[in-house]
Design a protein around this ligand. Structure first.
Ligand SMILES: C[S@@+](CC[C@H](N)C(=O)[O-])C[C@H]1O[C@@H](n2cnc3c(N)ncnc32)[C@H](O)[C@@H]1O
Length: 327
């Protein structure tokens, strides 16, 4: 049975550069997070049977999860069934865009079943109540407010009672440093200030934040998710705020030495796509409200952001949530 598949709002095409970027981004995020694992220490995987990664992209998390020793030995792989007495684990991954998925041979090595699914439409009934763990990561540049409401309900529907949603999302706003970011219990971001600041960060936000506003995405997602999860039938058990660090701030942390260059390239790559999208709609502006009209001006803006990040650094929020389906 195939589900109805809608139109993706994600503007970065599923080509090799994006697939490679997603792999490196995952490694960087893993280095930034507090646990050196695809899951937080509180998640007990001993009794699980079915796991689903939604908006899985290249399945980078699924493979990392599959390699956990307590999962690897139990994987349900056709022809290599786990020994009798062990409870098998079946991995699933879905995405609205199947071009992100890796080759079938690699998926088969871990027994990963894949399917196409728009998370904002209900999953086929055969998946309802099936999963012990659902993972979701980095759909903040993909879903509108209404999309999130539908997505969280649909995710709730595919979990078993007591099943776990493990997710992490970002607010698309660059700050000069961690101290400048509003606290977790603040009402949210002061978008006007961050979009009109006259420095290179204002220019970055005129691409990153403005693209989200223009697309109807939720710019203060990490602040809103606790109540959105609650409304969708979840109880939030844990949340962990991690700070994404760019350029100089990453360079100041010896443990992030391998990621300093990537921290800049990553944002330049993403911002170029978002800014081109805005330019095509005549919606790209500098912080003082002047319209950016040509690709050359756009490239000048990007260069300033790149140099600023190298020189001064930037920070942003990524929050991890562990939420349980209320029975
Ligand atoms: C930034 S990528 C993140 C991929 C992966 N979760 C990761 O962390 O590497 C966003 C992914 O969400 C997928 N996506 C966008 N809209 C979606 C939707 N409505 N339903 C399901 N997946 C969607 C995209 O195709 C893309 O693979």
């Amino acid at each position: 049975m195939t589900s109805q598949v809608g139109h993706s709002l994600y503007v970065i095409p599923a080509g090799t550069p994006e697939k490679e970027r997603l792999g490196k981004q995952y490694a960087f995020k893993r280095a930034l997070s507090q646990w050196n694992s695809p899951i937080p220490p509180s998640l007990d995987v001993s009794g699980i049977a079915n796991v689903l990664d939604i908006g899985a992209g290249t399945c980078v998390w699924t493979f990392d999860f599959a390699n956990l020793p307590e999962v690897r030995s139990r994987l349900n792989i056709p022809g290599k069934e786990p020994s009798k007495g062990t409870n098998p684990v079946q991995l699933y991954a879905c995405d609205i865009e199947t071009k992100f998925f890796p080759d079938r041979a690699l998926l088969d090595e871990f027994g990963v079943k894949t399917f196409q699914q728009d998370v904002t439409t209900p999953f086929p009934p055969k998946y309802h109540g099936k999963f012990d763990i659902v993972h979701l990561s980095f759909l903040f540049l993909c879903l509108t407010r209404e999309g999130w409401t539908k997505a969280l309900r649909n995710i709730n529907q595919v979990l078993k009672p007591g099943g776990i949603l493990f997710m992490d999302e970002v607010d698309p706003i660059l700050y000069p440093n961690i101290a400048a970011i509003p606290d977790e219990d603040a009402p949210g971001h002061d978008l006007k200030t961050q979009l009109t600041r006259p420095d290179w960060l204002g220019k970055g936000n005129r691409m990153y934040t403005a693209h989200s506003i223009e697309s109807g995405f939720v710019t203060d997602l990490t602040y809103r998710l606790p109540s959105m999860l609650n409304a969708a039938g979840f109880e939030v058990k844990e949340s962990h705020r991690v700070y994404g660090l760019l350029g100089k701030h990453a360079a100041d942390r010896p443990d992030l030495a391998d990621f300093v260059e990537f921290s800049i390239e990553n944002f330049v790559f993403v911002f170029r796509h978002l800014a081109k999208n805005l330019l095509a709609k005549d919606k790209l502006f500098t912080p003082d409200g002047t319209a950016v009209k040509t690709e050359e001006e756009l490239e000048d803006m990007l260069r300033e952001v790149e140099q600023g990040a190298r020189r001064e650094g930037a920070a942003l929020i990524d929050t991890f949530f562990v939420a349980i389906k209320k029975s």
